[in-house]
Design a protein around this ligand. Structure first.
Ligand SMILES: O=P(O)(O)O[C@@H]1C[C@H](O)[C@@H](CO)O1
Ligand code: GUN
Length: 492
């Protein structure tokens, strides 16, 4: 009897120690993704992967029913700690001893279940290295971003970052802040001082946040500034990362998914861009009506790979009509004059960079109806759309893109872009603040109606092609000037 009693206490203490050690690793991993636990012995024997998998909360049984950050989706180690404390108490006090047998039976069943998950479901099938990021190994379900071994596509079998990774990013930030940001702001090149508008702020460096890509470009400080603006809780990115820095498009859009997990519903994106529309001048602010994403058209889209269906719309085939939210654009157009901002409107083109455009490329961009050209924004807007975040975006025209006749244009350089940005950004403070404040009264987006979209798009394409055909000669055309097309009647 005594022997059994001691054995039960020893078992409970062992279980408790394992649960506590798991909690310790979980916490270490949160702050330092490179932390190597003692139990990470080899690629195949690793407790970290199990601890960070979706089976580590509610034994994975509540996945798909509850949000991963729901308080009801309790980590297994907490359940373990509670279980083993109760088990020890019953053993020591000898009260409610009739519970010991059912408790032991449940514990054995759970152990068998976890053994099955670890060995048959989470077995290693893929260890890819991509752009410096070691991919997780997994045979996860497609809804969570992984395919099973049998169905994996050869090009991109897993995502660069998993749902759990985004959750870890959000958990890290959540722990540091007392506000609940509903608005995200991205400061483009030279526009970093917009973050000074954020009051009662705390800063979080990108390099602190697990999985967060770090800015490598001058003028992109690389930190979140979180606080309040215009009566709204905001998370502002002082600097972004770009594709040309060598980041995968899923990495450079990771902060958008982080924002989504924090509860952000509205996004203000800014960038520095070269003016292609000849009626623009450096210092103009252009409200983006739509974009042409040359990386996307070339098959570089942040949504490529297993669909992350647990985010917002989570749609596999995402509609992009009205991705620059019409109502938010209307509000921006209404507010701009009040703040002395003469707002241009136009189409933004994303090119890969980092080289600026050749004269021939600018001529081409002008012909196809581009008003400003830059190296960012489109992937962020795509992911924001996927997350169901309503977005409004602006290009600060920092330079006129090279004219076909010019040999070299001093203003088209990164230092000139930064200089102009910091010179004029202050002028937009009141406008941006009131714009953010206006989100208070806005609801969530309506999904676009597919048929209406398609018909209007076809009509607008036909009209554009007609007008280009009629107007074009060998000169650069300025048929898409905002002055010509400043109404909100189009379908953009
Ligand atoms: O981050 P954004 O898009 O504002 O930066 C633009 C594009 C290049 O990164 C840089 C060129 O000067 O400005
Ligand atoms: N691609 C591109 N990006 C820019 N960012 C600021 N100016 C420019 C430009 O002229 N071209």
């Amino acid at each position: 009897m005594n022997y059994l009693h001691t054995l039960r206490i020893l078992t409970a203490l062992t279980g408790l120690s394992v649960s506590l050690y798991t909690a310790y690793i979980y916490r270490q991993k949160l702050y330092n993704p490179d932390y190597k636990a003692l139990c990470d012995i080899s690629e195949t024997i690793s407790c970290s992967d199990a601890i960070r998998s979706r089976y580590s909360k509610g034994f994975g049984l509540l996945d798909g029913i509850l949000d991963s950050d729901s308080i009801l989706n309790i980590p297994n180690f907490i359940l373990g700690i509670i279980f083993f404390i109760l088990y020890s108490l019953v053993t020591v006090t000898e009260y409610f001893t009739f519970l010991l047998l059912p408790a032991a039976t449940i514990s054995v069943c759970i152990s068998i279940y976890l053994f099955y998950i670890l060995n048959l479901v989470m077995k290693i099938h893929c260890l890819l290295m991509s752009q410096g990021v070691k991919r997780r190994r997994s045979t996860r379900l497609s809804s969570s971003g992984y395919y099973s071994k049998r169905t994996k596509p050869t090009q991109c079998p897993t995502n660069i970052l998993s749902v759990e990774n985004f959750q870890e990013m959000a958990d890290y930030v959540k722990e540091k802040i007392s506000v609940k940001p509903e608005v995200g702001i991205i400061c483009g090149s030279g526009l970093g001082t917009l973050s000074d508008l954020v009051k009662d702020s705390i800063d979080i460096l990108y390099e602190e946040v697990p999985h967060m890509p770090v800015s490598t470009v001058e003028g992109h400080e690389g930190k979140f500034v979180i606080g309040s603006l215009g009566g709204m809780d905001v998370i502002c990115m002082k600097g972004r990362v770009h594709h040309y820095e060598g980041y995968h498009s899923q990495q450079l859009t990771a902060p958008i998914r982080l924002m989504s997990r924090l509860g952000v519903k509205y996004l203000v994106v800014t960038n520095a861009a070269g003016g292609v529309n000849k009626s623009f001048s450096p210092g103009d602010l252009m409200l983006i009506k739509d974009h042409i994403n040359f990386l996307g058209l070339a098959g570089i889209n942040p949504l490529i790979g297993p669909n992350l269906s647990t985010f917002g719309t989570g749609e596999r085939f995402l509609q992009m009509v009205n991705c620059y939210d019409k109502e938010m654009r209307e509000t921006a157009l209404e507010l701009a004059p009040k703040h002395g901002v003469s707002l241009q409107q136009g189409v933004y083109a994303l090119i890969g960079g980092p080289s600026f455009e050749t004269p021939a490329e600018i001529k081409f961009l002008n012909l196809i109806g581009v008003d400003a050209v830059g190296m960012s924004t489109a992937p962020e807007v795509i992911v924001a759309r996927h997350c169901g975040i309503r977005t409004v975006a602006f290009s600060l025209i920092t330079n006129m893109s090279v004219h076909p006749d010019s040999v070299h244009d001093e203003s088209t350089s990164h230092s000139a872009v930064l200089a102009l940005g910091s010179e004029v950004t202050g002028k937009f403070s009141g406008f941006i603040t009131e714009l953010v404040s206006s989100f208070k009264s806005k609801g969530m987006p309506l999904q676009p109606e597919a048929d209406v979209f398609h018909d209007t798009l076809m009509e607008s394409c036909n009209n554009d092609v007609m007008s280009k055909t009629v107007n074009n000669n060998t000169e650069l055309s300025s048929t898409t000037t905002p002055a010509d097309d400043n109404s909100m009647q189009d379908n953009h």
